[in-house]
Structure formats: structure tokens, C-alpha cells
Design a protein around this ligand. Structure first.
Ligand code: NDP
Ligand code: GUE
Length: 299
């Protein structure tokens, strides 16, 4: 049986460090880190994540504000709000929850966020820094950054000689994950919906990252014995065995089968998800330190 990588525990450690850094900043006269979370519409899953982000921000001692806008909010109004948050010195981090309703151009909205407040790491400046090997001065997207901390626990910081396969090429997860693994000296392959014989490719991976959005797609016999498996997927599926109308969360990896083969594996829930929220806090406190003219804290 493989090691279960406890994302909840690692995330709690990150949050503890954020709390200490926040207290130190205030004690030195630097004020509170401020995080603004913007959500458009009432998607229940998004509401849950956003509530969790706001709760953790308060727990860290942040100035935490949430803007909940109606689903029919116009793009211009959203851009105006972001402009105001960009100009507000009490705000060090801005997160616009994705996906946005179809009538809003997400790309335009994201690129309106000031790069120095882009704690999601989605603006051109931050993506460009990561892509050119300047991750230390960038905000790195929270899910891949958190996944790297989990990999580090198992494999250390230097991944030289290891093959990594990332399934998924989104801007939020797959692409930044591939860049981080490359920066850590892995040999990286990025797979997607057009990839042929994914199972055989996956079996070459010492580090296998699944960020697909397909419940339990990655089977046990896709996993190389001893591999480190990072399951980013969050899929809510019907669970009639729990009662009528009940659901449960599963990842993109068929956990039971994969856990028999892997060296270490993240569970869902309790794996990458909590790390995403913790890294948002880490990026926000880092932003506040930079504004205060202090050295950027490391995690
Ligand atoms: N734990 C966390 O904190 C987070 C979890 N997530 C979860 O991670 C998953 C991925 O999210 P995200 O990256 O935003 O998703 P996207 O839908 O943006 O991207 C999915 C990727 O998977 C690829 N893909 C889809 N079907 C297949 C297939 N059959 N075989 C191979 N590749 C396939 C797509 O390929 P193509 O490009 O060719 O279409 C695409 O690149 C979701 O379950 C999401 O809920 C997301 C963010 C944070
Ligand atoms: N601008 C933006 N940035 C994001 O980082 C972002 C986003 N938009 N849109 C949606 C995705 C998804 N996401 C998750 C965060 C935490 C959990 C999480 O905490 N999951 C818990 C379970 C939660 C539950 O029980 O539902 C776990 O895996 O243990 C999951 C998913 C961030 N995202």
C-alpha cells in the first residue's frame, strides 16, 4: 500500500506559518494583509470554495472582503470593481472566482487585475515570469504551487532524473504545473484530450499529475509502481449508496486501484484542495510583505 499524502495537514502547516507572518507584519507596523474575493453568480460549488477562502483569510488575521455580484452583472461593472480594488491600499490580493458567466470575457477581467495583486498568478506578467524561470518573483497559481509542496514532501525539492506526466493543459492547473516540474528538473510531458495511448504514457511517470475533470479516469494499471500520484480533480458524483440524492467527491484518479500501485498518492478530498486555499493565503501574505518593503517569505 502506498503512503497517503496528507494535504490537510500540510495545508494547516502553511496556514500556521501565514498566521505567524501576519502577526509579525502587524507587530512591525506593516498592517494587515488584505484579500478581496470576487464572485459573480450563485453557482453552489463556487460559493462553497469562496466561503472557505474567506473563512481561512479571517483565521489568518487578514482583512478579508468578499464581493458577491449578481449573475447578470455587466462586464464593465466588474472591470470597474477590479479597478477600485487595484487602487485600494488595504487590498494586497484579488481573486476573481472562475468560471465567470458566459457574457463576461474572463481573459479581459483577469488581465485587468494588477499583477502585484494577482495572487492567483493568472496575469501575463506572472505567467511570463513562471515560464521564463523567474518563479521566485512571481505569484504562482495556487493549485500547482500547493501540489509542488506535496511532491516536495515525498521527493524533495530537486526532482532531477524523474519523469513527470501532467494530464491536462489548462492555464489554471496543467500548464503552470508543467512549468514548476520543469523548473524542479523533471522531464515533463503534458497530455490532453488529443494524446494517444494515455495509459501507456502515464505508466512512464515517476510523478503523475491528473488535472482533467473526469471522475476516476486514471486507473490503477496506468500507474507505475512506486510513482507519486497527485490527484487535482474535484468531481461531485452521485452516491446512491449513501441514500437517495446523496453525492460524494472523487478525484480524476480511481483511488483504490491506484493506491495499490503508487508509492504515494493524494486523496480527494483532503489532498490538493486544501493546499489551494493555503497557497492563496501564502501568496497574499507575500504580497503584503513586498508592499511593506520586506523580503518575500518562503514556504
Ligand atoms: N483541487 C483544486 O484546488 C482544484 C481542482 N480543480 C479540478 O481539477 C480538474 C481540472 O481542472 P481544470 O484544469 O480547470 O480543467 P479544464 O477543463 O480547464 O482542463 C481539463 C484538461 O483535461 C484535458 N482532458 C479532458 N478530457 C481528457 C481525456 N479524456 N483525456 C486526456 N485529457 C483530457 C483537457 O484537454 P484539452 O485541452 O485537449 O481539452 C484539458 O486540457 C477539475 O476536476 C477541477 O475541478 C481545478 C482547480 C483547482
Ligand atoms: N480564480 C480561481 N482560483 C481558484 O483557485 C479556483 C477558481 N477560481 N475556481 C474553482 C477552482 C476550484 N478550487 C478549489 C479550491 C479548494 C478546494 C477544496 O478545498 N477542496 C476540498 C473539499 C471541498 C468540498 O468538500 O467540496 C478538498 O479537496 O478536500 C477545491 C477546489 C479553486 N479554484
Amino acid at each position: 500500500m502506498s503512503e497517503v499524502i496528507d494535504g490537510k495537514k500540510r495545508a494547516a502547516e502553511v496556514v500556521e506559518r501565514v498566521k505567524t507572518l501576519t502577526a509579525d507584519l502587524a507587530a512591525g507596523g506593516g498592517g494587515k494583509p488584505g484579500l478581496a474575493v470576487v464572485i459573480v453568480g450563485e453557482d453552489p460549488a463556487s460559493q462553497v470554495y469562496v466561503a472557505s477562502k474567506s473563512r481561512t483569510a479571517k483565521e489568518c488575521g487578514f482583512h478579508s472582503v468578499q464581493h458577491t455580484l449578481a449573475a447578470d452583472t455587466g462586464e464593465a461593472d466588474l472591470l470597474k470593481l477590479i479597478g477600485e480594488l487595484n487602487a485600494d491600499p488595504a487590498i494586497h490580493g484579488i481573486l476573481v472566482q472562475l468560471p465567470l458567466p458566459g457574457h463576461i470575457d474572463s481573459g479581459k477581467v483577469i488581465q485587468t487585475i494588477a499583477p502585484e495583486k494577482d495572487v492567483d498568478g493568472f496575469t501575463f506578467v506572472n505567467v511570463g515570469k513562471l515560464g521564463t524561470g523567474e518563479a521566485e518573483t512571481a505569484f504562482v497559481p495556487c493549485t500547482p504551487a500547493g501540489s509542488m509542496l506535496l511532491i516536495e514532501r515525498v521527493r524533495g525539492k530537486d526532482l532531477s532524473g524523474l519523469n513527470a506526466v501532467v494530464i491536462g493543459r489548462s492555464n489554471i492547473v496543467g500548464k503552470p504545473m508543467a512549468n514548476l516540474l520543469l523548473a524542479a528538473n523533471c522531464t515533463v510531458t503534458v497530455a490532453h484530450s488529443r494524446t494517444r495511448d494515455l495509459a501507456a504514457l502515464a505508466r512512464t511517470a515517476d510523478i503523475l499529475v491528473a488535472a482533467v475533470g473526469r471522475p476516476e479516469m486514471v486507473k490503477g494499471d496506468w500507474v507505475k509502481p512506486g510513482a507519486t500520484v497527485i490527484d487535482v480533480g474535484i468531481n461531485r458524483i452521485a452516491a446512491p449508496e449513501r441514500g437517495e440524492g446523496k453525492t460524494r467527491l472523487v478525484g480524476d484518479v480511481a483511488y483504490a486501484g491506484a493506491a495499490e500501485v503508487a508509492g504515494a498518492i493524494t486523496p480527494v478530498p483532503g489532498g490538493v484542495g486544501p493546499m489551494t486555499i493555503a497557497m492563496l493565503m501564502a501568496n497574499t501574505v507575500a504580497s503584503a510583505y513586498l508592499v511593506a518593503g520586506l523580503a518575500r517569505p518562503e514556504f
